[in-house]
Design a protein around this ligand. Structure first.
Ligand code: SF4
Length: 393
C-alpha cells in the first residue's frame, strides 16, 4: 500500500486509489478529475521521462482509466488570481488588513490556524484552486450535467497530502457532500495508471474538457515558489497600467527560501515577500510583527521550493529535482499563448454564466472561505469558534 508523507510536518495519509477505482466502476457516479500545476512537471519521472511537461499524457491516461471529465486546476488558479488580486487591491484602497497573506497552501493555513491565530484576518479569504474547482463542479457544473452533487465524484491530482486534509475540511461541502471527494498525490496517480496497465510514455497528448479548457501561464506558475505572487503582480500590473501581453517579474523566481522586493506599479508602491518552508515563514512573521519589515503582501508555501517540492511528488525530491521541476514550470509558461489571468476568456465566460461576473457577493459565497483558530490537544484538532464553543474538527 502506498503511504504518502507531507514534509510540512503533521500530515500523512493512506492512498485513495481504491476509493477512486470504486467510483470509476460505479455506474451511478460521474467521475471528474482536476490536475494541479506541479504534478505535470514531475509525474513523468515515475515513467523514466524526467521532469518534462506531461500534462497531455496525464489527460489521456485519465480518460483511458475511465474518468468521465478531465479539467485543469490551472483554470481555477487563474480564478484564484482574479479573486485574490481584487481582494488585495480592495484592501490597499480601503485601508483593509495588510499584509495580505496567500492562503492556497493548506499546510501554511493549518500552521497559521494553530500557531498564528492573530494573522487569520490577514489571510486571503480565497479558497485554494483545488477547492475553487471543487465548488464550481459540485455547485454549478453538476447542474449543467443534470446530476446532483452526490452523483458527481471529484478527484484531484495534487503534489501533497496536505491537499487531502484540505479536501476534508468541513467548510468545503455542498449539500452535505465534499466538493472534492478524493485526492491522489502525483505518486498515487502514477500508481493508478500502472494498475490500469497504461503504457504512459507512449501516450498521445490529450486535451482538457470544455467549457473550462483555456488556461494561462500565470496559473501554471502556482506550481512553484513565487508563482502565486507573480500571478498577482501580472494581474495587478496589467489592470493598473492597462498593459497588454506578457508581464514577467524577476524577483519572484529562484528557490531561495525568502525573497523580498519593492515594486512600483505606476503610482502604487508595493513591498512584496515570498517564503517557502515554515521556518522561513516564521522568521518573516517575526520581522513583520516586530516592525522591522513592512510589506503589503506575502506568499507562503510550506514546502521547500513550493508545490514542486511537495510530499506527494516522486521520491527523488532533493534541491536538484525541485530546481528541474521549477524550471519546467517556467518553460511551460513561456510556451503558452496567454500569460495573465485576465486574458482567460473561458474564465470570463464562467464568471458571467455562474455568478454574473467576478469578485461579487455570489463569488464570495462559493469561492471564498474563512479560518478558525485551532489548538491541538493530544493529537486531535480542537476548533475554537468565537460564539459556538469548541468542536472536534
Ligand atoms: Fe501542498 Fe504546495 Fe503547500 Fe506543499 S506548498 S503543502 S505541496 S500546497
Amino acid at each position: 500500500q502506498c503511504i504518502a508523507v507531507c514534509p510540512c510536518g503533521a500530515l500523512s495519509s493512506n492512498s485513495s486509489i481504491a476509493e477512486v477505482w470504486a467510483a470509476i466502476r460505479d455506474p451511478k457516479k460521474t467521475v471528474v478529475c482536476q490536475i494541479a500545476p506541479a504534478p505535470r512537471a514531475a509525474l513523468g519521472e515515475m515513467f523514466g521521462l524526467g521532469s518534462v511537461d506531461v500534462t497531455g499524457k496525464i489527460v489521456t491516461a485519465l480518460r483511458k482509466s475511465g474518468f468521465d471529465k478531465v479539467f485543469d486546476t490551472v483554470f481555477t488558479a487563474d480564478m484564484t488570481t482574479v479573486e485574490e488580486s481584487n481582494e488585495f487591491l480592495g484592501r490597499l484602497t480601503s485601508g483593509g488588513k495588510l499584509p495580505l497573506f496567500t492562503s492556497c497552501c493548506p499546510g501554511w493555513v493549518k500552521y497559521a490556524e494553530e500557531f498564528h491565530p492573530e494573522l487569520l484576518e490577514n489571510l486571503s479569504t480565497c479558497r485554494s484552486p483545488q477547492q475553487m474547482f471543487g465548488s464550481v463542479l459540485k455547485k454549478k457544473y453538476a447542474k449543467d450535467l443534470g446530476i446532483t452533487p452526490e452523483e458527481m465524484f471529484v478527484v484531484s491530482i495534487m503534489p501533497c497530502t496536505a491537499k487531502k486534509y484540505e479536501a476534508k475540511r468541513p467548510e468545503f461541502m455542498t449539500d452535505g457532500v465534499y466538493d472534492v471527494d478524493a485526492v491522489l498525490t502525483t505518486v498515487e496517480a502514477a500508481q493508478l495508471f500502472k494498475e490500469a496497465g497504461i503504457l504512459f510514455d507512449n501516450l498521445e497528448e490529450g486535451i482538457f474538457d470544455q467549457p473550462m479548457e483555456q488556461t494561462t501561464g500565470s496559473g501554471v506558475l502556482f506550481g512553484t515558489t513565487g508563482g502565486v505572487m507573480e500571478s498577482v503582480v501580472r494581474y495587478v500590473a496589467g489592470k493598473l497600467l492597462n498593459a497588454e501581453g506578457r508581464i514577467d517579474v524577476e524577483f519572484t523566481r529562484g528557490l531561495d527560501d525568502t525573497k523580498i522586493a519593492d515594486l512600483n506599479v505606476g503610482d502604487t508602491k508595493l513591498t512584496l515577500a515570498i517564503v517557502n518552508g515554515l521556518a522561513a515563514a516564521e522568521e518573516l512573521i517575526k520581522k513583520i510583527q516586530s516592525g522591522e519589515l513592512e510589506v503589503h503582501a506575502v506568499e507562503v508555501m510550506a514546502c521547500p521550493a513550493g508545490c514542486v517540492g511537495g510530499g506527494g511528488q516522486p521520491a527523488q525530491n532533493d534541491r536538484k529535482a525541485r530546481q528541474c521541476r521549477s524550471d519546467e514550470i517556467y518553460n511551460i509558461d513561456s510556451k503558452m499563448v496567454l500569460h495573465k489571468a485576465q486574458d482567460n476568456e473561458d474564465l470570463d465566460k464562467i464568471f458571467q454564466k455562474y455568478w454574473g461576473g467576478c469578485c461579487n457577493h455570489d463569488t464570495h459565497h462559493d469561492l471564498h472561505t474563512h479560518y478558525h483558530a485551532k489548538k491541538r490537544i493530544s493529537g486531535n484538532e480542537i476548533v475554537i469558534k468565537d460564539s459556538e464553543g469548541p468542536e472536534i474538527a
